[in-house]
Design a protein around this ligand. Structure first.
Ligand code: F6P
Length: 322
């Protein structure tokens, strides 16, 4: 491996830039030629491949988003799209590819490297924290801190007005942000896709809470819950429980911002690990962090396996809400 390209794909996540920087500088340190692909897989198809040097990644460790930009690319899902992508890799004589993204991005990488002679290593970059083979994904910690800051502020106004708030956070298929921010933000309840909660049970709990000790409550809701997120659940609750209720949807605010120290260090370590894995001849692996050690997991497993949601965390929300 002598010429390595890096791309970011799927939803952006704070810390992606720190990871790009680490990939580029680790490659240069070991004598490789480094390239960046703009717009994820779309840039591979359109030949938007640019050489990167150490200076190209200066002053980005602290920046949210991704300097390489990102996209969700449908054309790459077709054999014709992947052929174009591979032809462009050959044109630039690139023999190793680092893909920073989530499971959709890894699926693309896996297929490309099975069809063609290109080695790929994935780095988990998504705020959702929903990948097997790593304790944390790049961006999760920053997103949680952003959510906690919002919940703290919502709590001030909820308490002043004696209101019930439904706060919707990101995670279409994964409840990690919801669960972590519910614990860290002191929410009364959490609704996540991994565990079904009936509206009746939720209303019973809120009636007890708000009828007794509490005058305000915060319920964290993962987007997509009950077929429409916080708005849908609030409507259903209001049908049974007449309380001053508000909905706050945090939205893409959660995906931006300067990465936390944790995310910067995680991104830097995984970027280094990805490049060194390529240089050692690894292929179709994801560089993750397990118990504070870098661990390579086959991309195949990282995509197929689901990390079990820790039931004790769900229980903790309930314990802390009494
Ligand atoms: O995967 C990250 C994520 O932010 C999810 O939490 C969310 O469901 C999705 O991306 C939103 O995607 P988009 O930005 O394309 O609307």
């Amino acid at each position: 491996i002598e010429r390595i390209a890096v791309l970011t794909s799927g939803g952006d996540a704070p810390g992606m830039n720190a990871c790009i920087r680490s990939v580029v500088r680790t490659g240069i340190y070991h004598g490789a030629q480094m390239f960046g692909v703009m717009q994820g897989y779309q840039g591979l198809i359109n030949d938007e491949i640019i050489p990167l040097n150490s200076k190209s990644v200066s002053n980005i460790v602290q920046r949210g988003g991704t300097i390489l930009k990102t996209a969700r690319c449908l054309e790459f899902k077709t054999p014709e799209g992947r052929k174009k992508a591979y032809d462009n890799l050959v044109k630039h004589e690139i023999d190793g590819l680092v893909v920073i993204g989530g499971d959709g991005s890894f699926t693309g990488a896996e297929i490309l490297s099975r069809e063609y002679d290109i080695k790929v290593i994935g780095v988990p970059g998504t705020i959702d924290n929903d990948l097997f083979g790593t304790d944390f994904t790049i961006g999760f910690d920053t997103a949680n801190n952003t959510v906690i800051e919002a919940i703290d502020k919502i709590r001030d106004t909820a308490a002043s007005h004696d209101r019930l708030f439904f706060v919707e956070v990101m995670g279409r298929d994964a409840g990690y942000i919801a669960l972590w921010s519910a614990i860290g933000g002191g929410a009364e309840a959490v609704l996540i896709p991994e565990k079904e909660t009936s509206v009746d049970d939720l209303v019973d709990k809120l009636m007890v809470d708000l009828g007794n000790l509490k005058t305000s409550s915060i319920v964290v809701v993962a987007e997509g819950e009950h077929g429409g997120g916080a708005m849908a659940i609030a409507e259903k609750v209001k049908e049974r429980f007449n309380y001053d209720t508000k909905v706050s949807i945090l939205g893409h605010f959660q995906r931006g911002g300067s990465p936390t120290s944790f995310d910067r260090v995680l991104a830097s370590r995984l970027g280094q690990a990805a490049v060194e894995a390529l240089l050692k001849g690894h292929n179709r692996k994801m560089a993750g962090m397990i118990s504070n050690h870098v661990a390579l997991t086959s991309i195949d497993l990282a995509i197929k396996n689901k990390t079990e949601m820790d039931e004790t965390l769900i229980e903790l929300v309930n314990i802390l809400a009494i």
